[in-house]
Design a protein around this ligand. Sequence first.
Ligand code: ADP
Ligand code: ZN
Ligand code: ZN
Length: 782
Amino acid sequence: MPETLRHRVLAGCRVLAPLGTRTLTGLVLKTHTDPPRGQAREILRLLDEEPALDDELLQLGKWIAEFYCAPLGETLRAMTPLAGEIRRGKVYSLTKTGRDVARQLHLGSDVDNDPAATALRMLDARPLSASYLKQKIQKAAAVLKSLEKKGFVVTEDVAAERDPLRASAARLRIEFVGRAEKLPKAERELLSYLELHPGSHNVADLEPFVAKASTAARALARRELVRLTIEAMAEVHGPIRTPHALNPHQQAAFDCIRAALDRKQYHTFLLQGVTGSGKTEVYLKAIEAALALGRSALMLVPEIGLTPAVAGQFYQRFPGRVAILHSAFQDTERAQEWRRIRSGEAAVVVATRSGVFAPVSNLGLIIVDEEHDQSYKQQETPRYHGRDVAVMRALHAKAVVVLGSATPSLESRFNSESGKYSLLELPQRIERRPMPDVQLIDMRTEFLETRKHATFSRALIDAVTARLENGEQSMLLLNRRGFSSFVACRACGERVECTNCSVTLTFHRRDRRMLCHYCNYSERVPERCPKCDSEYIQFMGLGSERVEAELNGAFPKARIARLDRDAINGKRDYETILAGFRDRDYDILVGTQMIAKGHDIPNVTLVGIVSADIGLGLPDFRAAERTFQLLTQAGGRAGRGETPGIVLIQTINPDHYAIQCAAAQDYQAFYQKEIQFRRALSYPPFTALANVVVQGRNEEEALGRSAALGRLLQPAPEGVRVMGPAAAALARIKNEYRFQMLLKAATRKRLNQILGDLRRFAAAEKWSATALVIDVDPMTLL
Ligand code: ADP
Ligand code: ZN
Ligand code: ZN
């Protein structure tokens, strides 16, 4: 490293360093002037002018690595969104013609086997890197080359992305600067157009009006006659909303938050407001208050909750000051927003889980909306919980935290009962709109009375019919995608399982294939039973795709849309479908839990839960909590406008407390029941829990490893209860055999010590990196 660089290397900067024969990116943890003990090698290059992680975030990273038992390197990497920036390589995106062709393909018939068509469809969702496309498409290089020749795709160099002259026209904004004589025709025309239409324009949008606009724009920029800038993410605006005057409940909650902000000390509030009680308005006012104190605000939303409607509200309220961080964005887009945040230009950050690491300085407020949502827990190393990290970050930053939900997690509610958090309540819907009227439909009685295994009860059919007649909208939820959840032989009972995982394959009718929801393995539906050769192959169990098909049969005239992971292709489709539903292009929206979250669509007056029982029987201590939350949230989508709404819940477990309490919309009753169960069985929040999974390439290896860990914890160490090891509920995933152990510890500290012992043991035995998976505070035990 050149001597001149030395004083610029700061803790938190990324550097390129040699390791063995390789060159790797690393992060500087500490700088010092002590001579190295061993033999040291020179750093090759400094990648950041300023630290990628400031001191506060470095400390937070260390805490996460410790608390969640994750390697520090992987943790810090997960915290910096800039990794993609230095990765060199090409990114492909569609031209306008390419987009038109892709749109035709979406409408057209089956072209699944054509790699060029697949590429166009994938690129229609968003630009993709060459390396990614290579994994997904056969003969990718040749296919892309030919698409490029036809003028359907263009490539960009990732490293050059920030140079406006090399960015694609669709992402460029252009503005008039000055006149000049003797320009070529195209440039002259473009310049006149810009002079006549002041303000900044998207270059691609000009193409219909000005020939060769994109080439001319670049030429003019070189002559400095126009200014080119790369657009930040498209600022999509939802319906215009004027700020509301707070009602008394909102005002009372806001007053407490503002008082805490004024004190400039750490404090966490749990804002528990029933669905439709106006939590968002309280968040917005709290953010205003933080900004007025010269501090910035960070709002976390669930993965699926960050729609343009949500973003739009923030853009409107805080113009020019909002940055959005979403996992669906490209690396470059994220890096750009990240820089705006660090520079202080954006003092309001709205983000999904990993946005909790946004480089916000002078942080005053963190809001975690729908704090109970599972998507806050990262399901790969480091397996952190975004909400809990937010609380820890606020503690260090002396910031205020607002956790909002209609159905708080047991942990958060418990913390507010014990005084660790303060409870703020919004017990009523806005303008005293009634809570929806919820009815349970016992599908066992339905069967006895009709003698038919129908998907929809008579009551649900009647309710949908009435909505169609009145021009009102319905949402139907079934929390399982696919058509049939399994395929079985009627003669011998054989179920078709994944070759890599111990789960049944789900039939997806659109692709006419059976798919594994864990590893994506797929195969064709067999004509005959692979075991007994009978031809009685049967499709069993219900998925959202089938609900849609059956609805189409029952209501041939209704306009029906479906929203689940199969129906959407990137985030754009998700937004298009939702926006279409909001604009009343559809009468019925069918979907998985995706439709249950946060949406505020006034014309929905019926929510039908096709089966409340999915998930209830899972061997997981959170099964009841999750069912209660899902049903309550889904029910909360009904009757948010002027017309009251009803909710119909079909179930074969009408007496289960989770379903009973959801029907009564009674959080308090549910909490009381559930907390007793957690206490009796020593589950969180009464213990610190870790799920330890041991994996191996074959059963003996996995068994041997888990037995060794089991012996290590025999007899159980002081202050810890060990359950297992036993075969995991999913005994095999992606060809890894799995055994499971559950540790319940009286204290965090104890839990951490034991987990540390396990990790050291695995390291000493030279287990592979995937052999030991530790999940602290697991959201699911599956
Ligand atoms: P929640 O998130 O609690 O379910 P929302 O924040 O979506 O509820 O608010 C529900 C609706 O009430 C929104 O359309 C919002 O604009 C409106 N709203 C919020 N506060 C007020 C208020 N004080 N007066 C009138 N309408 C309000
Ligand atoms: Zn058979
Ligand atoms: Zn599988």
